[in-house]
Design a protein around this ligand. Structure first.
Ligand SMILES: Cc1ncc(C[n+]2csc(CCOP(=O)(O)OP(=O)(O)O)c2C)c(N)n1
Ligand SMILES: [Mg+2]
Length: 374
């Protein structure tokens, strides 16, 4: 199989600080915006856990500790032509690309599957609780970008299938998956197909150390998801997932590679799930607070704050305002979530396929008879 040389993709591995990450084009305003996003996401995540404890929402999957990985990744895509395929833990990515967070939280309020926002308009797919499911969808969508001579934004593609190379750039699918999902058979099939078809997709793995209660070393043979990419002839980068600028840099490079028609890339952001797997989980049953302190590493927000202070991009007054604004924004979102009303149950049959099928029609009829007695 032809390999895609790493030198076509100047991705770098390992720890990258602001000085080494190639994000020199970011203006001070953009750097401050990045901090605001981290702060907003941190606050909203913490509040969502509180909402669950208060009985406002029945469940939530916290992303505490993964803020830099998610904001960096979301900031690295082109929202007008790329498409994001999240799991159930990508609240920070959704926020970064501008998804309406009340509509996002509708799933956690259990009134809708996958979010009330419009995936077509936001380029953010309904969120996915089936482990590995997002990866299959991303590859399918990305392969579609190389067919029919059209990409999402109307850019012409030279030919369909494996040989296709766009002259001005393809829309890129950004598939989110966890370390645990990488052990799923579907993910192997998706990566293999993507590499064969040269689908413009970036497999963005957040290796947060855990698949519920199972640590990475007990479920990722070889210890690295990025290392597996070589077997599919794909370039990969393992990046410090707690460094927002390093993640942004890696995402941009990976997206550029895929956009150029050179095929898929794996980005493995090394991070740590600081909270429980979900609000139903008790991590005390499989790790200690001491483990969390040792393994969690440096807090991604503190880290970026120190960089901005050292580079005189922000001062303590800026952080005070940003943190207060984050609380105000989370409060506004809470008001919206409180006001969210149940959707008609029959709607669950409406958006499964563009055109309904006889089986689905029969299920919908049966549901109506049993639930609404009509
Ligand atoms: C196909 C499938 N198998 C099992 C589960 C149960 N499950 C939910 S989350 C999870 C672990 C996923 O771990 P990882 O991919 O590392 O993502 P993380 O939760 O750490 O973000 C499992 C096994 C599921 N939802 N779907
Ligand atoms: Mg995990």
């Amino acid at each position: 199989m032809a390999t895609h040389a790493l030198d076509t993709l100047p991705l770098r591995s390992g720890q990258m600080q602001m000085q080494s990450a190639d994000v020199g084009d970011l203006t001070p305003d953009q750097l401050r915006d990045l901090y605001r996003m981290l702060a907003n996401v941190r606050q909203l995540d913490r509040d969502a856990v509180a909402w669950q404890r208060q009985g406002l929402i029945p469940g939530y999957a916290p992303m505490l500790g993964q803020e830099a990985a998610q904001v960096g990744a979301g900031f690295g895509v082109d929202k007008t032509r790329d498409f994001i395929f999240p799991t159930y833990r990508e609240m920070g990515v959704a926020y970064t690309v501008g998804v309406n967070m009340v509509e996002y939280m509708s799933t956690h309020k259990a009134i809708w599957h996958g979010g009330l926002y419009d995936p077509g308009a936001t380029h953010f797919a309904p969120f996915q609780a089936v482990v590995g499911g997002s990866v299959l969808h991303a590859v399918g969508w990305a392969h579609g970008q190389t067919l029919n001579g059209q990409t999402l934004n109307g850019t012409a593609v030279v030919t369909g299938g494996a040989a296709s190379v766009s002259t001005t750039g393809l829309g890129v699918g950004l598939a989110f998956l966890g370390d645990g999902a990488s052990s799923q058979g579907d993910v192997h099939e998706a990566m293999n197909f993507a590499a064969i078809l040269k689908a413009p997709v970036v497999f963005f793995v957040q290796n947060n150390g855990w698949a519920i209660s199972v640590p990475t070393e007990q479920q990722v043979a070889g210890g690295s998801v990025a290392a597996r990419a070589a077997g599919y002839g794909m370039p990969a980068v393992q990046v410090d997932g707690n460094d927002v600028l390093a993640v942004l840099d890696a995402t941009r490079r990976a997206v550029a590679h895929a956009r150029a028609g050179l095929g898929p890339v794996v980005v493995e952001a090394m991070t740590y799930r600081r909270g429980p797997h979900s609000t139903s989980d008790d991590p005390g049953r499989y790790r200690t607070l001491e483990d969390e302190k040792t393994d969690g590493g440096e807090d991604p927000l503190n880290r970026f704050r120190a960089v901005l202070l050292a580079d005189n991009v922000a001062d303590s007054a800026f952080f005070a305002v940003a943190d207060a604004d984050a609380q105000a924004r989370a409060d506004e979102i809470r008001d919206g979530v409180v006001a969210l009303e149940s959707r008609p149950g029959s709607e669950m049959f409406d958006f499964v396929f563009q055109e309904s099928t006889p089986t689905l029609g029969a299920q919908a009829r049966q549901w109506r008879e049993e639930s609404e007695h009509v």
